[in-house]
Design a protein around this ligand. Structure first.
Ligand SMILES: [Fe+2]
Ligand SMILES: [Fe+2]
Length: 165
């Protein structure tokens, strides 16, 4: 059984992963409507990954004798200015998630819940990878440049970035 405080925090994290999935799905839709097919492909795939993160937490919470509760989600942002802005926001979002995961790991240690601490290691490693990935995308905007065929090239590169897990 998780302590009440950790249970609430884990459930909140589960909902945050759900919200991440919706945000990336919304971004994918925006990208597709603007003709950025590579980015739409990438973000759709990433939305699926976030749902897997949600499922993993859902499973863990229920396996520990608690019950995952699906709360209300706010509608994700739907309008974006530029493709660069989309990816700047994904990077910022991942940084926020990392902060939340660290806080959860911290709380589990404080409560001496070593099983949950161990479970969360997967998420800390995953966040490390995701931050690096999204940072790499932002660098592409600087390296390739957005003039002329630049945006087209960047979009193509993003489409080719899909990771296999
Ligand atoms: Fe995630
Ligand atoms: Fe993520």
């Amino acid at each position: 059984m998780l302590t009440e405080k950790l249970y609430m925090a884990m459930n909140e994290q589960m909902m945050l992963e759900f919200a991440s999935s919706n945000l990336y799905k919304s971004m994918a839709s925006w990208c597709e409507s603007k003709g950025f097919k590579g980015s739409a492909h990438f973000l759709n795939a990433h939305a699926k990954e976030e749902m897997e993160h949600m499922e993993k937490l859902f499973g863990y919470i229920n396996k520990t004798g608690n019950r995952a509760i699906l709360g209300t989600l706010e509608a994700p942002k739907a309008e974006f200015g530029t493709l660069r802005e989309v990816f700047e926001q994904t990077f910022k979002h991942e940084q926020l998630i990392t902060k939340q995961i660290f806080a959860l790991a911290d709380l589990s240690l404080e409560l001496k819940d070593f099983s949950t601490f161990s479970f969360l290691q997967w998420y800390t490693a995953e966040q490390h990878e995701e931050e690096a990935l999204f940072h790499e995308i932002i660098e592409k905007f600087d390296i390739i440049g957005e003039q002329g065929k630049g945006l087209f090239m960047i979009d193509k590169e993003i489409g080719n970035l899909l990771r296999k897990h």
